[in-house]
Write a protein of this length. Structure first.
Length: 318
């Protein structure tokens, strides 16, 4: 019997939709700005899930343009669009991220929210090339960045007693065996500028779905810069070897995939951000199912390139 280590992508996506936010307005998923709304950020998305815009009520209807005094929108790159704002003593900080990056970009001390947002995305794109998204902007307190087991981020505001950041952590943790990690706490006015070394390496594992062709092995493709490439490589390696249909069962970006065996012959694979967390997650899965034994067989680091075949029967990898 097999246990799939890949949680429902739909569940992960729903958890991520409400996470990135701003201190100045309540945000919510949208298809784009409607009357009385403006786009203030994007969800980071997740494995196989496209990012979605986040909207907030437009609180700047009476604000004149910086340059002309007219109510005229400013335009950024791609989906970014923000209403112009008047100068004030408020200083904005912004966070941007990229689905293939293992870190985030932060800029601070901007008079205009629009400038902070565009600067954060530009700093990210300068390193990643393109595809960066705004996580959010804020003007007081701090924000907490949490990381899930796949290596994706979510952000919550720490103001008002930290209710939102606590909810962000709870929503993230509800969809995995271990609590999500606090990746960083970003203070107002901070700057963070990672270099190209933060680009992720992906690993994906696959196994046969047809019982008749099941060879009891796990096929792992590791060291790929794109999740899709790792997924295709793992499934192809499995299909070529078994001559039957295969599917992916675990994935990670800059983390590990762990193969383990429960008593009674049940086999499984899970992913986490480190080997220690993966072992703890596997043990938690075994405990949850009241297994008397939990055999950790192999750990595959996504930063080590290669195509690996793990045999659950022998516990050996080649």
């Amino acid at each position: 019997m097999k246990t799939n280590g890949l949680l429902s992508i739909a569940a992960v996506a729903l958890a991520g939709l409400s996470l990135p936010t701003q201190a100045f307005a309540q945000t919510y998923p949208c298809g784009g700005p409607g009357p009385g709304e403006r786009v203030v950020g994007m969800t980071q998305g997740g494995p196989g899930v496209a990012p979605s815009p986040l909207c907030a009520p437009d609180d700047s209807d009476s604000a004149p343009s910086r340059s002309s005094g007219r109510k005229e929108p400013e335009h950024g790159d791609g989906w970014l669009r923000y209403e112009a704002e008047t100068p004030s003593n408020t200083r904005y900080t912004a966070v941007a991220w990229h689905q293939d990056a293992a870190d985030i970009w932060v800029v601070g001390n901007f008079v205009y929210r629009n400038d902070a947002a565009l600067a954060a995305v530009a700093a990210c794109n300068a390193v990643m090339g393109k595809g960066c998204e705004l996580a959010g902007t804020w003007w007081n307190s701090s924000v907490t960045i949490v990381r899930d087991r796949y290596g994706s981020f979510a952000m919550g505001w720490d103001g008002n007693g930290g209710a939102q950041s606590k909810q962000t952590m709870a929503d993230c943790s509800a969809h995995q065996l271990l609590p999500c990690e606090v990746f960083a706490t970003i203070a107002l006015g901070s700057r963070r500028s990672p270099d190209v070394s933060v680009r992720k390496f992906y690993a994906v594992s696959a196994w046969a779905t047809d019982a008749a062709g099941d060879d009891g092995k796990l096929y792992v493709a590791s060291g790929y810069r794109k999740l899709e490439d790792a997924t295709n490589a793992a499934i192809k390696a499995c299909s070529d070897a078994t001559r039957t249909a295969c599917k992916s069962n675990a994935l990670t970006g800059n983390g590990v995939i762990l193969a383990y065996r429960l008593d009674g012959g049940e086999i499984s694979a899970t992913s986490e951000t480190s080997a220690a967390r993966a072992r703890a997650a596997a043990q938690a899965a075994c405990n949850k199912q009241a297994n008397t034994s939990c055999e950790i067989q192999a750990v595959f680091d996504s930063r080590r390139p290669g195509l690996f075949v793990h045999d659950f029967k022998t516990g050996q990898t080649r």
